[in-house]
Design a protein around this ligand. Structure first.
Ligand SMILES: Cc1ncc(COP(=O)(O)O)c(C=O)c1O
Length: 410
């Protein structure tokens, strides 16, 4: 008898089949887009998500559970980043929304400026371009130094009376290095311009590894001049997709991101982020991960992931003609090829054929790996496959390979 196409088990089985060609990230095959601490933690995250998937954080008066979870998660992150008394934050849907909000708040803080600009290094995340496009802001990109970090003097020189925000990253995504946040803080303070630290990808790692764990190398609210910080929980917080945090030094700064209107027939509508309706799933998942790991657990994950990252970076640089662009500051690896016969895109294609996923990026043309805690179990296998892929690409004269963007346009 043919299966009932409307039966839940048929639908679930069809969904399972649809996954057939997806990268197998649950086995640690993806070094991008996904984050895996352990299968057990993943299961807990998904159970928590499912429990609150239908709840709506648009109005937490109806769901005090979500209000409580949001408050707990924000307090955890604020504490980690030494937010001062009077801080205020918001749970976003992730890095892009956090960066949009930081830019929007800065824009509204300086409503007097007709042609506002944001001064940011060329390495700062693409979501700032989106923010500038959405809110009519000029993106004033300043080339990074030879070591891929923000050039603070050049950024200072790019500031004018219409600059509404400075940006530094901890770390930046492409090469994985941390910008000189303390120096940027000095520039920001002296010009009275807000400084946003984008710690979306490193925020749940850097506070636990040296040198960033020590007060001398801080990149957070201990640095005068830092006015807001973004941290994604759906990255190294290992929570479900759709959970990020933005924390402001003061409520006054955060209030600029709040949107309120009654200019319609539905009454007072207040919303602090881009979204209206907002699933409780990511919030519950973030709360569950925070409870499951706590500071100690995250510290352990960060140290283990860092060790795997250094091991992988060493192994990659020992494979001719590959080279690691710079020693990773955190848990991101950027590597390229010295030899035109081993194109990085062709290498990514060959790895994909063996089930691995790495990001293609540039300029310059390089590959990017976001290392998760679970990768410690597959690092050796990856290196073996990488060696074979380099040999294969070279002997096949594989050519330039295919281009796949960091994000896709459908
Ligand atoms: C430094 C940094 N900022 C922002 C983002 C954007 O985050 P999301 O993709 O969650 O919107 C990323 C994503 O990797 C990132 O690495």
């Amino acid at each position: 008898m043919a299966p009932d196409p409307f039966a839940p088990e048929t639908i679930i089985s069809d969904l399972q089949n649809l996954r057939g060609d997806d990268v197998d990230w649950r086995s640690g095959r993806a070094f991008s887009l996904t984050y895996l601490a352990s299968p057990e933690a993943q299961e807990l995250s998904e159970r928590a998500y499912a429990m609150f998937a239908g709840e709506n954080a648009l109005n937490v008066a109806a769901f005090p559970s979500l209000r409580r979870m949001q408050g707990d998660v924000l307090a955890f992150v604020a504490d980690l980043f030494h937010a001062p008394v009077g801080w205020a934050g918001f749970l976003t849907s992730g890095g892009t929304e956090s960066l949009l909000m930081a830019s929007y708040a800065a824009r509204r803080r300086r409503g007097d400026v007709a042609r506002p600009n944001i001064v940011l290094p060329t390495s700062a995340h693409a979501a700032f371009e989106k923010a500038c496009a959405y809110f009519g802001i000029e993106s004033r990109r300043v080339p990074v130094r030879d070591d891929w970090r923000a050039d603070v003097a050049a950024m200072a020189a790019a500031i004018d009376n219409d600059t509404i925000l400075l940006v530094g990253s901890a770390p930046q995504y492409p090469q994985g290095v941390v910008d000189p946040i303390a120096e940027l803080g000095v520039v920001a303070s002296s010009h009275d311009i807000p400084l946003h630290v984008d710690s979306c990808i490193g925020g749940m790692v850097l506070p636990f590894i040296e040198p960033f764990a020590s007060h001398e190398s801080r990149f957070d609210f201990l640095v005068d001049g830092v006015t807001s910080i973004s941290v994604d929980l759906h990255k190294y917080g290992y929570a479900a997709k759709g959970s990020g945090v933005i924390i402001y030094r003061s409520r006054e700064l955060r209030d600029h991101q709040t949107f309120v209107t009654d200019n319609w027939l539905g009454g007072l509508y207040g919303s602090s982020g881009v979204l209206g309706t907002k699933s409780g799933g990511p919030i519950a998942s973030a709360w569950a991960m925070m409870r499951h790991f706590g500071r100690e657990g995250y510290a352990d994950l960060a140290r283990r992931t860092r060790a795997t990252t250094l091991l992988l970076a060493d192994a990659i640089s020992s494979i001719d003609p590959l080279f690691v662009m710079t020693k990773p500051d955190s848990t991101l690896i950027c590597f390229g090829s010295h030899d035109d016969s081993v194109h990085t895109n062709a290498l990514a294609d060959a790895l994909r054929a063996r089930g691995w996923w790495v990001d293609r990026q540039g300029p310059p043309p390089t590959l990017h790996m976001t290392v998760s805690a679970h990768h410690e179990h597959v690092a050796d296998r990856f290196i073996e496959d990488l060696q074979s892929c380099v040999a294969g690409v070279r002997s096949d004269a594989a050519g330039p390979g295919s281009t796949v963007g960091y994000g896709t346009v459908e």
